[in-house]
Design a protein around this ligand. Sequence first.
Ligand code: ATP
Ligand code: MG
Length: 237
Amino acid sequence: MTNAIETRGLTKRYGARTVVDGLDLDVPEGVVAGLIGPNGAGKTTTLRMLLGLVRPDAGTGSVGGLPLTDPVAYLPRVGALIESPAFYPGLSGERNLAVQAALAGTDPAGIPALLERVGLGGRGRGPYQSYSLGMKQRLGIAAALLGDPALVVLDEPANGLDPAGIRDLRGIVRSIHDEGRTVLVSSHLLAEVQQVCDWLVVIGDGRRLYQGPARDLLAGGGDLEERYLAMFTKERS
Ligand SMILES: Nc1ncnc2c1ncn2[C@@H]1O[C@H](COP(=O)(O)OP(=O)(O)OP(=O)(O)O)[C@@H](O)[C@H]1O
Ligand SMILES: [Mg+2]
């Protein structure tokens, strides 16, 4: 089995601070993987390095079997939602997706169905600037699904979503997985993603604290949240 994502010693420093510290990632193809860690753990920085948005200071890696040093080669097969996505405020959600599809050279025919899928069916024609935070987040998820990505990277997709939205999101993530795509989703809450992930990577202070099948971490007994928090206490002591 090949890995959708693989890194060895992936490292990023900002000034004197090492924010991603020798990270070895192995995300098997076809899984829903969760990248979990508290605020500032280095999740977004790690995802940015995987997407060619931030240059690593050290380490190697591959995405879809292609080297991390050549994002132009692998990015056409990757869909991503990273922090606040850039949309035109005056254009509707639907037009924004059409613009992105045109830029990526992908078929815009699926856009209405995509809007439906993320729960924006009724609001796709309204201007982006009129959207609530949760609606903007949903449009970002739709944008990540444009084209036919083999890998979908979602950075904190649950941000700004209400409980019903978070439940919908789990359904969307499952459906992306059922289409045969690999999903990498970040969260600072294990509880938020544990139900949909079959692979988990936990990081703290830029270092890997756990990587492996979700069931192995979840089967440890006792209170999961306690054990999760204990990982970071051990890290600091
Ligand atoms: N451009 C930057 N310049 C300086 N420091 C940065 C930069 N980007 C990130 N950092 C620092 O790197 C560390 C990791 O940040 P990162 O955004 O990767 O964390 P995160 O795990 O995504 O956190 P959150 O859950 O809050 O989104 C933080 O200490 C942050 O301040
Ligand atoms: Mg982040």
